[in-house]
Design a protein around this ligand. Structure first.
Ligand code: KG4
Ligand code: ZN
Length: 348
């Protein structure tokens, strides 16, 4: 982190908060793209023993952590609340109790310091993480948002113009990874463990189904795939047969990745864009990045994905999104509330 204040006289500084799920995070970003601090306090060890996020515990942990995290973000950025231009906060989608902690603190800070408040959509934040990893990146592009709660294809036409092409009808890609991992007795969150295990397995060992593969169908469905993997594991257990877990992980991952890659390329083609931008926690998946890289190269499409720390939940991506809303004066007032099922493009 550079000492931005020494280099520039009047930067636009956004302080952002992110508490939508199980990370309490605060960040200061200068002029939309320069990360001065990005403090992430993860609750993963707390939830791991339950095999998933317990909403009530998440809210309580956010309350404990949020003020120290904000303090640290300001200190690391070497700025005070007084220097901040605007305050951004995730207000959906996410767990309502968890979101309310960030929203309440952001509103209190905005009121106390008399700074404008920007309400940010978490999914748009994931997409904007790419602007932090690639300072030269600009819209238009096709974004594949793949997280624990969402799987969507979004045509990003401008910094404040989005078109949702399609999303999942049931489970999100990350959710499928986590559920399969849980049955295979891998720790939470399971995505990174499946990713690692799959490296030693054969992706063609088991023919798991790929859903909704019709041309220009931009919807996803992963519940059939999840059931197929669970049936495979249960049938083998009933017959007393030993299962090759690495083969199951590799074959399951191949089924998810095949669908994501083929739909992302078709969507880019349909919307005549030359760039595909990955976003969300599953963007850290090594097979997804590799397969997309190969296909994009063939199709002469540029591929962008954030560095791993910016793939999962963090406040720097929220600050980046808030900056572009600030530029067009898209502010919230003190009535801002948490919206657990907030739709893309509804930011305020
Ligand atoms: O974006 P994120 O941090 O939280 C949500 O907004 O949901 O995404 C978390 C999800 C989890 O389901 C996790 O298992 C998955 O991202 N994930 C991965 C990998 N790293 C994280 N999935 C597959 N492969 C990975 N390497
Ligand atoms: Zn997320």
């Amino acid at each position: 982190m550079e000492d931005y204040k020494e280099k520039f006289s009047k930067p636009c500084l956004i302080l952002a908060l992110e508490t939508s799920c199980d990370e309490t995070s605060a960040s200061v970003v200068a002029d939309g793209r320069i990360v001065l601090s990005d403090v992430i306090s993860s609750q993963i060890p707390v939830h791991q023993k339950f095999g998933g996020v317990v909403p009530e515990i998440a809210s309580r942990k956010h309350i404990e952590n949020v003020i120290p995290v904000v303090d640290q973000a300001l200190r690391e950025a070497k700025v005070t609340l007084h220097d901040i231009t605007a305050i951004g906060v995730t207000y959906g989608p996410g767990l309502v109790g968890a979101l309310l902690v960030g929203v309440s603190v952001a509103k209190a800070l905005s009121f106390a310091a008399d700074k404008p408040l920007v309400g940010v959509n978490h999914l748009e934040g994931h997409i904007f993480a790419n602007f932090l990893s690639y300072p030269e990146l600009e819209p238009p592009f096709m974004s594949l948002v793949v997280s624990g709660g969402h799987t969507s294809l979004v045509h990003v036409k401008g910094y404040n113009e989005f078109e949702l092409l399609g999303q999942t009808r049931d489970d999100a890609a990350g959710e499928a990874f986590d559920k399969i991992a849980r049955v295979m007795k891998l720790p939470y969150p399971g995505g990174p463990y499946i990713d690692r295990l799959a490296k030693t397995g054969n992706p063609q060992a088991i023919a798991f189904p790929r859903a909704l593969t019709g041309r220009d169908n931009f919807e996803f469905s992963f519940s059939g795939l999840k059931s197929a993997v669970l049936n495979y594991l249960h049938s083998a257990a009933q017959r007393g047969e030993e299962v090759n877990n690495a083969d199951v992980a590799a074959s399951f991952q191949a089924a998810v990745v095949d669908v994501l890659v083929s739909k992302a390329l078709q969507a880019a083609n349909k919307c005549c864009v030359q760039k595909i931008v990955l976003a969300g926690g599953v963007a850290a998946n090594s097979e997804l990045k590799l397969k997309l890289q190969q296909q994009c190269q063939q199709a002469e499409i540029g591929l962008y994905y954030p560095e791993t720390i910016l793939c999962t939940d963090n406040a720097a991506m929220i600050a980046c999104r808030a900056y572009y809303q600030h530029l067009i004066g898209n502010y919230a007032d003190l009535h801002l509330n948490a919206i657990p099922s907030l739709k893309l493009g509804a930011g305020k």
